[in-house]
Design a protein around this ligand. Structure first.
Ligand SMILES: CC(C)(COP(=O)(O)OP(=O)(O)OC[C@H]1O[C@@H](n2cnc3c(N)ncnc32)[C@H](O)[C@@H]1OP(=O)(O)O)[C@@H](O)C(=O)NCCC(=O)NCCS
Length: 162
């Protein structure tokens, strides 16, 4: 098993994985396949240059993925946002997601970030347990943060000082 940093050439495969992820886990994410499509492949290619996106690979299969963006702005660029955390169902409970979080944190430290932030749906107990185990702390609940048709769901906001 190895951790790889994705490059722009990985964009089609990464987007296909995200489409499958949104199909099967729609309730776990604030994003949607339609948002990825609207952003377009060219913008995603740039994102894979700018951001740190890692996959845990075994026999060529991507078991888990996750990304890190540095916030833009002179007064904000000490912060990083962890996004798109996903483990294939067969890879859950194996530590695969934790390895991705560790890689993201290592990248964050290497570029001098002071803190990491992430959001999750407030009812995602499994993700919350994972993040807490990795040292993230809940600091707020954003009420009705996500709209699914006529239904609104809260998000939990967590952070970790590095
Ligand atoms: C969230 C995700 C990345 C976590 O990876 P994982 O491999 O499943 O994580 P773990 O197996 O280490 O589980 C994390 C913790 O939750 C616990 N847990 C497992 N199932 C649970 C459940 N149904 N409810 C509550 N806690 C649960 C585990 O016991 C573990 O805690 P512990 O180490 O203290 O025992 C993965 O489940 C996933 O991809 N889920 C679908 C997409 C998603 O929710 N992404 C996150 C968006 S913010």
């Amino acid at each position: 098993m190895e951790i790889i940093r994705l490059t722009p050439d990985d964009t089609p495969r990464f987007l296909a994985l995200r489409r499958a992820m949104f199909d099967t886990e729609a309730l776990s994410f604030r994003g949607a396949a339609a948002d990825d499509a609207a952003l377009g492949e060219a913008a995603w290619r740039e994102r894979l240059v700018r951001d740190y996106v890692y996959a845990l690979v075994q026999d060529g299969e991507w078991l888990a993925v996750g990304g890190l963006s540095r916030l833009a702005g002179q007064k904000l660029d000490h912060k990083g946002l962890v996004w798109g955390m996903y483990a294939l169902p067969a890879a859950r409970g194996t530590g695969a997601a934790a390895r991705i979080l560790d890689a993201l944190e290592e990248a964050a430290r290497a570029i001098g970030l002071r803190q990491l932030q992430l959001t999750l749906m407030a009812d995602n107990a499994r993700a919350k347990a994972l993040y807490e185990r990795r040292g993230y702390v809940l600091y707020a609940i954003e009420p009705e943060s996500v709209r699914r048709g006529d239904v609104y769901a809260d998000e939990a906001l967590m952070w970790k000082r590095l």
